[in-house]
Design a protein around this ligand. Structure first.
Ligand SMILES: NC(=O)c1ccc[n+]([C@@H]2O[C@H](COP(=O)([O-])OP(=O)(O)OC[C@H]3O[C@@H](n4cnc5c(N)ncnc54)[C@H](O)[C@@H]3O)[C@@H](O)[C@H]2O)c1
Length: 298
């Protein structure tokens, strides 16, 4: 991945910093030398908190949004509730946080002259639920912000990285899943592109890429086990031992523009998962009980 050419410490606000993506994004940005301000209704855990300044903020309140944005050169807006949240959040709250909250943060950015914005959209973008529509409206609000302020904006349609059982995480990579670390690197790459003015308004999907031939991806249940075995010896045995339910087809998206414009490509696919599983299996770990936060555990 190409690193952004940040000349000095750019101050970046990350909303939703205490959340699952927020923590991974803050770690990635701190490692790249950004000055971090974290905003959330809840405080991030201590290891994240020490990476920057924390502002308690409910994005539904315009003054909170203003306080959070004040002094930041760029904003990564992750704060939202999603429909897979546990415990579930009502549609009214999802709408208020995801739409009104986004409006308030963008208005604060406009007032403060923020020069770059990265928005957490979703593969759920669409009209099938209030959450999906909240991402349609969120993207439109961001677009309006770009059109009227000319500030660079990146809209990232993340695929799924919700926490859950390790084995489910692995198989999800073949469907609609993405590793949380890839979400973080994509977000950091998008930030670099907006801060350096390499993009105007840019939208991309953030998904995995397994690097497999189309013929295998289109007929994965039949051809996948041999392909996996070619890449990780012992895969056939692992697929059977852990009853990994392979999809008929592997979901794929063209990530070429993200590579060209952001210098980003995903690092974790099904092969990396199988390599990890093979090592855990060899150590005799009980992987059926392993819970992960949407990424390969370290
Ligand atoms: N997790 C996924 O699979 C997934 C997939 C696609 C898109 N997304 C999007 O990515 C972003 C981050 O998702 P996540 O999985 O990290 O979610 P998360 O639920 O783990 O974190 C969301 C964070 O937002 C904070 N928050 C909620 N309401 C707030 C408010 N009013 N003001 C300030 N902070 C508030 C929460 O306290 C939480 O820390 C969201 O915009 C989500 O819609 C997530």
């Amino acid at each position: 991945m190409t690193q952004p050419a940040i000349s000095d410490a750019t101050k970046v606000l990350v909303t939703g910093a205490a959340g699952n993506a927020g923590q991974a994004v803050c770690r990635a940005l701190a490692a790249q030398g950004y000055q971090l301000r974290m905003a959330d209704v809840a405080a991030p855990p201590p290891d994240i908190l020490k990476m920057g300044e924390f502002v308690r903020c409910d994005t539904r309140t315009p003054d909170d949004a203003r306080r959070a944005v004040d002094g930041a050169q760029a904003v990564i807006h992750l704060a939202a509730w999603h429909c897979a949240h546990q415990p579930p959040v009502s549609d009214a709250t999802i709408f208020a946080v995801n739409v009104d909250g986004t409006f308030n943060v963008l208005e604060a950015c406009r007032e403060a002259g923020v020069r770059g914005f990265v928005f957490a959209s979703s593969m759920a973008y669409g009209w099938g639920s209030v959450y999906s529509v909240s991402k349609v409206l969120g993207e439109e609000l961001c677009r309006c912000f770009h059109e009227t302020s000319k500030a660079p904006v990146a809209l990232l349609r993340y695929h799924a990285f919700v926490p859950g059982p390790y084995l489910e995480y692995g198989v999800r990579l073949l469907r609609n899943g993405v590793d949380r670390q890839d979400v973080a690197t994509a977000t950091a790459a998008a930030l670099g592109a907006v801060v350096n003015g390499r993009i105007g308004l840019f939208r991309t999907i953030v998904h995995t890429n397994h690097g497999m031939p189309d013929a295998v991806a289109d007929n994965f249940r039949a051809l996948g086990p041999d392909w996996c075995e070619e890449h990780v010896t012992g895969s056939r045995h692992l697929l059977q031992k852990y009853s990994l339910k392979l999809p008929e087809k592997v979901e794929r998206h063209d990530l070429g523009e993200a590579q060209r414009l952001l210098g980003w490509k995903p690092a974790v696919g099904f092969v990396e998962f199988l390599q990890d599983l093979e090592q855990r299996d060899a150590r005799g770990e009980d992987v059926a009980q392993l819970h992960v936060c949407g990424q390969l555990p370290t």
